[in-house]
Ligand binder design. Structure first.
Ligand SMILES: *Cc1c(COP(=O)(O)O)cnc(C)c1O
Length: 402
């Protein structure tokens, strides 16, 4: 009858909403309810022998320097690992630091990467431009058909990198099918899961080896700070990922990790609400005569609707919109909005709209943009926490101006 026998003592027996509030908490001697911010770079030791033992890894869980060990960052990592169903995680200063670390930790000169070409701009830069400077070649494929990954695999392929749904087109990649192809070729599958969030898609269960997040997006979710995280097996995280983080230092500030913890407490509430509104807005837009096409993974018009239903439990808080009349009409629509803000961030409490062709994808040629689905009429809408009917009224007014 004692609390000790309560099955809910095991955090794994708790639902995601409960894990997001309590996961990973290690209280200090003051027994604070809200997680403490350990704003410290280093730690002092009771003796020289203690310091030596610590540096010889004889004191597991002890902290020696906040570049790679900090109690507030630990809570964030543990809470995310719990939610993801991962054995471990390591937090980073930004989502791009997390992606770059995940990829670089698995390759060396002479290796090869296969990636879907529909990627967030920074991720595409890392695999297409940055890694080749160090002798790691890459092949970008149309991610919609798993066979394209199979055809691009080489004996030296060590990493397959995908993002699904992809930014900004919301194209999908079949995670389970690509995991089988990667593993058959001896490569690791890394999935950038920002759009679906840990609530709606579980890449590790589908066979991925590492999952990355820009915590800047839904995890903070209130537009305050940058952050990132990589999650996976204990072996990969405490080995390759931890070593590169420790030795190269793209570390998150304890303060920003604390902001992420506060974000996580409300993440399920926020993302569920934003997603319910997004589904409603996608229905509205799909029937509008001035819209050529919407891409929303759980809308019947999505060309990969079946896959979306299979690997995502919800359609996400993002919608891609193809406006009839190209760039001029897309600009006109964005410029007539009163509530939805023009901004390239996403996953925020505030609804944000962006024209990828002239912002996030401006550095590419028109040809490259078109092969990744970034047309001049494309807008990406990140649905926020405002009243859904207000958002529809805002879009309706702006569409009337076209
Ligand atoms: C924003 C984003 C990133 C990069 O994250 P930052 O925190 O901005 O560095 C990576 N991948 C995807 C899909 C993103 O949306």
């Amino acid at each position: 009858m004692s609390k000790a026998n309560n099955p809910l003592n095991d955090p794994k027996n708790r639902a995601p909403e409960t894990q997001l509030v309590h996961g990973g908490v290690h209280r200090s001697g003051f027994n604070e309810t809200s997680e403490a911010i350990f704003m410290t770079s280093g730690y002092s030791y009771p003796s020289s022998q203690h310091a030596e033992d610590l540096f010889l890894n004889k004191l597991p869980g002890a902290h020696n320097y906040s570049r790679f060990a900090n109690p507030t960052v630990d809570v964030f990592q543990e809470r995310m690992a719990l939610l993801e169903g991962a054995e471990a995680g390591r937090a980073f200063a930004t989502g791009m630091a997390a992606v770059t670390n995940a990829v670089m930790s698995q390759v060396r000169a002479g290796d090869h990467i296969v990636a879907a070409r529909a990627l967030f701009g920074g991720c595409r830069y890392v695999v297409e431009d940055f890694m080749p400077r160090f002798g790691v070649s890459s092949t970008l494929v149309d991610g919609r058909d798993p066979k394209n990954f199979e055809a691009a695999m080489r004996p030296n392929t060590k990493v397959v990198f995908i993002e699904t749904p992809a930014n900004p087109t919301l194209e999908l990649v079949d995670v389970a099918a690509v995991a089988r192809i990667a593993h058959a070729g001896g490569a690791k599958l890394i999935v950038d899961n920002v759009f679906a969030t840990a609530l709606y898609q579980h890449p590790l269960k589908l066979g991925a080896d590492l999952v990355t997040y820009s915590a800047t997006k839904h995890i903070d979710g209130q537009g305050r700070s940058l952050g990132g995280i990589v999650l996976g097996s204990k072996d990969l995280i405490t080995g390759d990922i931890h070593t590169l983080l420790r030795q190269t230092g793209p570390s998150i500030s304890p303060f920003n990790a604390w902001i992420m913890l506060k974000g996580l407490e409300t993440m399920a509430l926020r993302v569920n609400q934003m997603t319910a509104s997004a589904a409603k807005i996608a229905d509205y837009l799909a029937d509008h005569p001035k819209i050529a096409r919407v891409a929303y993974p759980h809308h019947r018009s999505h060309p990969q609707y079946e896959l979306g239903k299979r690997q995502m439990s919800q359609g996400s808080s993002l919608i891609a919109i193809e406006v009839k009349g190209g760039r001029a009409e897309a600009f006109k629509l964005s410029d007539a909005l009163a509530v939805i803000l023009i901004s390239n961030n996403l996953g925020d409490a505030k609804s944000l709209i962006t024209h990828p062709a002239t912002t996030t994808h401006a550095r590419f040629t028109e040809e490259v943009r078109l092969e990744s689905g970034v047309t001049q009429g494309l807008l990406r809408l990140s649905v926020g926490l405002e009243n859904a009917d207000d958002l529809i009224a805002d879009l309706d007014y702006a569409l009337d101006q076209l």
